[in-house]
Write a protein that binds this ligand. Sequence first.
Ligand code: GRF
Length: 201
Amino acid sequence: MVNIAVLVSGRGSNLQSIIDNIEKGYLKARIAVVISDVGSAYALERARNHSIETIFVDPKKFSSRESYEEEVVKVLKDHDVQLVLLAGYMRIIGKTLLLKYKNQILNIHPALLPAFPGLHAQKQAFDHGVKVAGCTVHFVDDKLDGGPIILQRCVEVKENDTAESLANRILEQEHKIYPEAVKLVIENRLRIEGRKVKIIN
Ligand code: GRF
């Protein structure tokens, strides 16, 4: 059974979809720990509601990203974690985590990368006037929202959309493709070849 850690900072709806997919048997994995850099994150409550261990690693207690991540790595090792899922985690991942968990960290981003990396991606896309938006699950590397892409899903922009209504429809798709991508990883069905991620049937 693969031990997963989910890193969160906020409302945790993607965490919830991973939890739900484990509970209904779609994902053969367990969440060993949920780590947050925000003590009041609602995601922590969601985890506790399912008796999942939560740990708040307070960034204020660390003088650098490196020392912060060393603590996160310690928690991950203590929980025998093999796969790390970023789910609305608002910190940039640095060398310390990347080296220890090479190709074992996934992120979900609410845009069709490489378009609209960074914050407020749905609004960036909406304001740009795109006709098709969407979301991406990718491996995390040292570039912001830049690692090899595992899955993407399109969402059409409607004439009467607002940035918010569009973001809500993108979120529905996020909740589908993140578990799908996690399933591919835990079933060892992905091969990274340069920028490309091959899916093996
Ligand atoms: C999602 O839109 C995700 O794509 C982005 O941050 C948001 C997190 O939402 N990385 P939630 O905390 O999972 O509800």
